[in-house]
Design a protein around this ligand. Structure first.
Ligand code: NAI
Length: 290
């Protein structure tokens, strides 16, 4: 059984949905958990200490250890306070699951700059800021596990979600670089692109998804990724309804010329668009160009 005794985990946005399920699972397996949640509405407005406190109550009732925190991940002060809460209560931080998120959906032409910025602030800045605050402590310990929460909407695009998909693909870049930089200090970073029935998706998904796409079916992967036995880093996983699959960035064999003209590009479009074989890293891509 994969256990987390003596490990301290911060889960952001853990008052509802996916984060709540991650927090319950890690606590059940021995982790000391900081349950962070600002407690606002789906669009990020408002705040309440209630949701985080309720999850902590449940964990404690089941014999686990947890503290509640209602700070905002999107400000340096808030992110710093979340990590400080872990240090004050439990003396260390081994695990960060960046899960907090909001939606401000609108088609690209109608989306306001404020709606764009608000979504990037929580998902991208929030994940960056909480990881940044935890990083020196992980580095000092020579150990850390980070999970960022991307989305199929980011990997593949989705109508009405220009802000959200920009943010979610941004987290893939952050995860890949953290995976590279963290390697020398025992820090692993991975991302998930989940599908689950939560307040964020209940009005979008068909009703029969509720029983199949439970948050718990996503949390199993998250728990594995933040366990000390997990060797993966810089990876992205599609996860939902009990299925887990690696997602990777691919590059085709390509086409080249010493002096390519726009007409050459047009004439060789089929070769440029060819899909096999896959190229997985920046180094592989450079090798193909050379
Ligand atoms: P949810 O709305 O139930 O949970 C998100 C939580 O984040 C809420 O409890 C909210 O209060 C909290 N939060 C929002 N802004 C915050 C802030 N600034 N600081 C601290 N906490 C904040 O939604 P769900 O579905 O559980 O989402 C969790 C994560 O999974 C999000 O990042 C979401 O974008 C992502 N996701 C969910 C999918 C799904 O199918 N449910 C699909 C793809 C991604």
């Amino acid at each position: 059984m994969l256990r987390f005794d003596d490990r301290v985990a911060i889960i952001t946005g853990a008052g509802h949905g996916l984060g709540r399920a991650h927090a319950l699972l890690l606590a059940e397996r021995g982790a000391k958990v900081v349950v962070n949640d600002l407690g606002g509405a789906l669009d990020g407005t408002g705040a309440s200490a209630g949701p985080a406190a309720e999850v902590v109550e449940l964990i404690t009732k089941n014999g686990g250890q947890a503290i509640a925190n209602a700070d905002n991940v999107a400000t340096p002060e808030g992110a710093g306070a979340i990590v400080q809460a872990a240090l004050d209560a439990f003396g260390r931080v081994d695990i960060v699951v960046n899960n907090a998120g909001i939606l401000r959906d609108r088609s690209f032409g109608k989306m306001t700059v404020e709606e764009f910025d608000a979504v990037l602030a929580v998902h991208v800045r929030g994940s960056y800021l909480v990881s940044r605050a935890a990083y020196p402590h992980m580095k000092e310990a020579g150990y850390g596990r980070l999970v960022n929460t991307s989305s199929p909407a980011g990997l593949f695009g989705n109508f009405g979600q220009a802000n959200y998909s920009t943010a979610k693909m941004g987290l893939v870049g952050l995860t890949k670089t953290l995976g590279i930089e963290g390697a020398r200090n025992g820090i692993k970073a991975n991302a998930i692109a989940p599908v689950a029935w939560t307040r964020m998706t209940e009005s979008l998904l068909p009703a029969e998804f509720e029983a199949r796409f439970t948050p718990e079916r996503v949390s199993a992967l998250v728990a594995y990724l933040v366990h000390e036995s997990c060797e993966a880093s810089g990876e992205v996983f599609s996860v939902g309804g009990g299925r887990v699959a690696r997602v990777f960035v691919a590059e085709g064999p390509g086409w080249r010329s010493d002096e390519p003209t726009p007409e050459d590009i047009s004439d060789n479009w089929a070769a440029i668009m060819a899909e096999q074989p896959y190229v997985l890293t920046a180094a592989d891509s450079m090798k193909a160009m050379l």
